[in-house]
Write a protein that binds this ligand. Sequence first.
Ligand code: AMP
Length: 297
Amino acid sequence: MNNNNTLIVGSIGLDTIETVSDRKESILGGSATYATIAAGKSASVHLVGIIGDDFPINGMKILEEATVDLSNLDQKEGKTFIWGGRYAEDWDNRETLFTELGVFNDFNPILTDKNKEVPVIFLANIHPLLQLSVLNQCNKRKYVIIDTMNLWIDTEREKLKEVISSCDVLLINEFEAEQFTRRKDHDDQGTVLQSLGPQNIIIKCGSKGAKLYSGHRVDTVGVFPVKNVIDPTGAGDAFGGGVASSLANGETMIESIINGAALASLTIEGFGIDTIYNASINEVEKRKEHLRTTLNS
Ligand code: AMP
């Protein structure tokens, strides 16, 4: 196996997104989809997930293009995961309109022998029990990165704690960090979250950038200035995909958050996966150059 492999598990779905100026129905989405498209630009992605028999052929083509291994992508009779979200004018408040797990309801993946050996594992946002079941099958773990969301903090706190305790890098946004730790201060949130196990905590702060708590160090990265935000969906997942692909390429934690921030900035410039899918490596590199100048400033 090459040495820049990363295993990604999470949702693959069809999203309906409403912004103040537009609405798109049943477009390709899902945490693993965004993460895979982002990570696939520089790493070899092995995707773990499930789709229904209604999944569009074009979506399949995009997943094939972004990955090297789809042996753990199942297609079953039934409905693909769907999610609907609505954004307020300031982008900060997103309301979930519906979530239907569809074929994810009884998804219990058995990893292929090859996938069990992938060293960098990104457990993108999905039910913590599914994250745990995939993680428990991985036997050559070098880096385990996890992302989550408010829903699981509310409903599956204990299982989520279990996943967090076995990971090396926790990705969490600032609202979720407050919800989980019940602390307002980022430094306090970082300390509480590190005490659960992971040495690296990345707190994503939207348009304010991100903070990395790594051992006793704290580093900050800003954002790439995006002129026109079109749809922020998937920014967090693309960020996570960027962290995973950097680590799979042997880069440092700091470089990994720069890569994550560059890929996130590309995601929000278009609807759904449009801009992140079409972004060139050159554009990603250009954004990373800029983001390096924002480190700890
Ligand atoms: P983000 O904007 O980074 O929070 O990610 C948005 C993506 O997460 C969308 O494409 C949704 O399909 C997916 N998503 C939303 N809710 C869930 C959920 N409960 N489990 C898994 N994926 C979800």
